[in-house]
Design a protein around this ligand. Structure first.
Ligand SMILES: Nc1nc2c(c(=O)[nH]1)N(C=O)[C@@H](CNc1ccc(C(=O)N[C@@H](CCC(=O)O)C(=O)O)cc1)CN2
Ligand SMILES: Nc1nc2c(ncn2[C@@H]2O[C@H](COP(=O)(O)OP(=O)(O)OP(=O)(O)O)[C@@H](O)[C@H]2O)c(=O)[nH]1
Ligand SMILES: [Mg+2]
Length: 439
């Protein structure tokens, strides 16, 4: 589907809808410069202008009316974003101007670009791999600095380089295995077989672990506060936010419906969710709130389980999430403690004690120690490929040489799926379906 019409010349408005100082219409394909000759009048004809130059002039309707003044940027194949001839028209940024410029490009023989088609062409021309195309999408959609940073690292090829390093280690082991099978009497030093594979496994495990951080950086995280009535959930939510968002009273059962509030933590947008206190109750409204609290905890990226530190400890009712999604918090640390637990962070919503440590623990739980300068996996597609590669490498380490070779070949295939140099058409289509027109 996406592959039909790839020889056509395509056009689209590349800038966001609405009014802006400047707007861009982009045309790419074999007739891009002929379209530009028809649309633009300047000091020179675009088709006679070398690539990498811009012209100032008039954007013209079919009858010669000047639609606007603007710039025409000329790119010549293969030195453009798509690798094809490209002309860009930079006009004033109103929908009225841009829609007429686009309409004129279409009259002159371009067809409307499909979503993501400029970047698809860059991919098909071998200018980007699939993980870089995903990074382009990430840059277009980035809402936070953490998301921008990961997308930018992906586009720069840092992720591809990390994957290539792993692939090189797998290939080294594969070569050692081959040598062992071909010349069994020579013997291959154990370090040629085992050392690179151990390194590949370690690096893959880190990469797989980075997927959670990458996805949190890209789409943010949900953080649910749960605990018994009066544990101090609403007070802690307010303390973290720095304003009184949720109602606090000494009466257990104050919060009945859940409530959300946003804040930024370590460059990541975090949605805090305050919930009804967990307890057995005959009150139908409160019981519904308790069920909802457990559902919200199930769906959250991270759960803060709060327990009142000033009262004897009682187990929390209901099923709690697994340890890696759970932080235990002992509340009311300004009061004399009735219990302590090294696994629970002590905080006081009244004095603010423990809040910096809690923020740091949340940051670490969400982003892990995925090293700061490294490229992370940012899409589920990438994470899936990395997990497959890891399981093949792990299998190879337990198998005899002849069988290990097959596992390593599968691992290399999974790694090449990750960067997506040579993947199935439907996988490519699934990635580009998420793009907007003009990208
Ligand atoms: N006006 C405008 N701004 C833009 C883009 C664009 O297409 N147009 N981009 C699009 O998404 C991004 C920039 N990406 C680009 C990547 C490569 C080339 C390009 O022409 N590369 C050639 C020439 C390089 C050179 O002259 O040094 C090449 O790599 O051969 C252009 C834009 C962001 N800003
Ligand atoms: N001394 C002290 N009191 C606190 C602290 N946090 C909460 N409280 C008090 O504990 C009581 C309950 O606080 P809430 O924040 O409403 O507790 P909750 O967990 O939201 O309770 P429900 O909404 O009923 O489930 C209120 O009287 C708060 O003032 C704290 O850190 N120190
Ligand atoms: Mg409450």
């Amino acid at each position: 589907m996406t592959r039909a019409g790839l020889q056509d010349t395509i056009a689209a408005i590349a800038t966001a809808p609405g009014s802006a100082g400047v707007g861009i219409v982009r045309v790419s394909g074999p007739d891009a410069l002929a379209v530009a000759d028809g649309l633009f009048r300047g000091r020179r004809r675009p088709s006679r202008t070398p690539g990498g130059r811009f012209l100032f002039g008039a954007l013209l309707a079919a009858d010669g009316e000047v639609l606007d003044e603007g710039l025409c940027l000329v790119f010549r194949a293969p030195r453009s974003y798509t690798g094809e001839d490209v002309a860009e028209f930079q006009s004033h940024g109103s929908p009225a101007v841009l829609s007429r410029v686009l309409a004129r490009a279409l009259e002159l023989g371009a067809r409307p670009a499909r979503p993501g088609e400029f970047t698809l062409r860059a991919y098909l021309a071998g200018r980007l791999d699939l993980s870089q195309a995903e990074a382009v999408l990430g840059l277009v959609e980035a809402q936070t600095d953490a998301a921008r940073r990961q997308a930018s690292l992906g586009l720069s090829g840092a992720l591809g380089a990390r994957v290539a390093r792993i692939g090189a280690n797998v290939t080294r082991t594969l070569a050692a295995l081959q040598a062992m099978l071909d010349y069994p009497e020579e013997g291959v030093p154990e370090e040629d077989r085992e050392t690179p594979l151990a390194a590949a496994e370690g690096e893959l495990a880190e990469l797989v672990a980075s997927a959670r951080a990458g996805q949190v950086a890209t789409r943010g995280a949900r953080l649910a506060l749960i605990g018994r009535p009066n544990a101090g959930k609403s007070s802690l939510l307010n303390a973290l936010l720095g304003y009184e968002r949720s109602i606090v009273t000494p009466i257990p059962g104050t919060t009945r419906d859940y409530l959300e509030a946003g804040l930024e933590l370590a460059g990541v947008p975090v949605t805090l969710v305050d919930t009804a206190g967990l307890r057995e109750t005959r009150d139908v409204v409160e019981a519904a709130g308790v069920r909802q609290a457990l559902n919200l905890a199930g769906a959250a990226d991270l759960v803060l389980a709060l327990e009142d530190g000033s009262l004897p400890r009682e187990p929390l009712p209901g099923e709690l999430p697994e340890a890696q999604r759970l932080l235990r918090v002992r509340t009311k640390a300004d009061l004399p403690p009735a219990w302590t637990d090294p696994a629970a962070l002590a905080v006081s919503a009244v004095t603010g004690a423990g809040l910096p440590e809690l923020r740091e623990a949340v940051r670490a739980a969400l982003l892990g120690d995925a090293a700061r300068g490294e490229a992370w996996l940012t899409t589920e597609r990438q994470a899936d490929a990395a997990r497959r590669a890891l399981s093949h490498v792990q299998a190879a380490r337990t198998l005899p040489d002849d069988l290990a070779g097959w596992e390593l070949e599968e691992a290399l295939r999974a790694l090449s799926d990750l960067t997506g140099r040579d993947v199935q058409e439907d996988v490519v289509d699934a990635v580009f379906r998420n793009f907007c027109v003009g990208k």
